[in-house]
Design a protein around this ligand. Structure first.
Ligand code: 13P
Ligand code: SF4
Length: 330
């Protein structure tokens, strides 16, 4: 099998790693040698978060990718995030430890179907959640993240008709918060749709003092139970500012690493999902490992590429989002 076939089949190039190597030291050495930066999302394994130069939510990661002076960006996150980094910094090499680190939400909105959907609403502007493919961003007017979705919608005139995609749960929440009537694409994230209302109710009964906090990608009945709703950064900040000692957390469990680091002594309980393995891990985010991160930095492969015509069209809606966010101090 040649390298292209191996990448296609497995998403990364497997190679024996000397077990005596200290991967933290090696990654640090390679980073300096190659002028590389590691950007990691909060849903990554704790080891990856601990070696990263920057850890953040989708907005923070885009802002970092747009301003970095590194020659190489190693994106410890999922494919759409690495694509966004490439669109914002096309001259840089963007590496993703595992090319198969995709996203169920991005997959729930194939661009050719969305294009037809959009044609039905010619007088609407399109706001897309950043969790989508580069092709979808190229069909959009403005991109948003969970941190700025409400402000992005509110930045448009009240009578402006809007299509919001691909996440129907985030879209419904934004529609409710802004009082706008948004046309929603019917997409969702498999991790945030799996929380069990019934098990959360029982858990709340067992922990009456705990605050229940949730990401807006969760379904409406789960959000209705929440004391606080916000992006991963929003949730993290809430745990720091709140006087509560216990939190039930309805999002991917990787964020709990930063919550524990920022709040020694406070207790964080992952919200129970409706599945038998009782796990809130995103199977895409968790494809990245420290070993794959080391190999991708060492061999500079797999690299994420985006066609130049897509970069040209997708860049403007992302830049609009960054401009509006900067104006609002987000
Ligand atoms: P944020 O970190 O921007 O809140 O996004 C959550 C998410 O689902 C990323 O895949
Ligand atoms: Fe996609 Fe959901 Fe995983 Fe985020 S948590 S990368 S939205 S599948």
């Amino acid at each position: 099998m040649n390298k292209a076939e191996e990448l296609d089949k497995y998403g990364y190039i497997a190679e024996h790693i000397d077990p005596t190597l200290d991967l933290f030291e090696e990654i640090d050495r390679l980073k300096k040698e190659k002028n590389a930066i590691i950007l990691a999302h909060y849903y990554q394994d704790p080891d990856i978060q601990d070696i990263a130069d920057y850890i953040g939510d989708s907005l923070g990661l885009s802002q970092e990718a747009a301003k970095t002076e590194a020659d190489i960006i190693v994106f410890a996150g999922v494919h759409f995030m690495a694509e966004t980094a490439k669109i914002l910094s096309p001259s840089k090499k963007v590496l993703l430890p595992d090319l198969k680190a995709g996203c169920s939400l991005a997959d729930s909105c194939p661009p050719h179907l969305f294009k037809k959907f959009k044609e039905k609403y010619p007088d609407h502007l399109v706001i897309t959640y950043v969790n989508c493919t580069a092709e979808l961003k190229a069909l959009s007017d403005i991109v948003c993240t969970s941190t700025n979705a409400v402000q992005i919608v509110e930045s448009l005139p009240k009578d402006q008709k809007i299509i919001f995609g691909p996440d129907k749960n985030l879209g419904s929440w934004v529609a409710k918060k802004t009082g706008r009537d948004l046309v929603l694409w019917n997409g969702a994230c498999m991790v945030h749709e799996i929380f069990s209302q019934e098990k959360i109710t029982k858990l709340k009964e067992r922990h009456p003092k705990a605050k229940f906090i949730a990401h807006p990608e969760c379904e409406e009945p789960v959000l209705a139970m929440a004391d606080y709703i916000g992006s991963t950064t929003g949730l993290l900040k809430y745990t720091i500012s709140s006087e509560a000692e216990e939190f039930i957390v309805a999002t991917e469990s990787g964020i709990i690493h930063q919550m524990e680091k920022a709040n020694p002594g406070k207790v964080f309980i992952p919200a129970p999902p409706n599945n038998l393995c009782a796990c809130n891990d995103c199977p895409y985010m968790k494809r990245n490992t420290l070993e794959k991160l080391y190999l991708c930095l060492k061999n500079e492969i797999p690299e994420v590429s985006v066609a130049s015509d897509i970069i040209e069209k997708a860049r403007l809606p992302i830049e609009r989002m960054l401009e509006i966010s900067a104006k609002m101090g987000l």
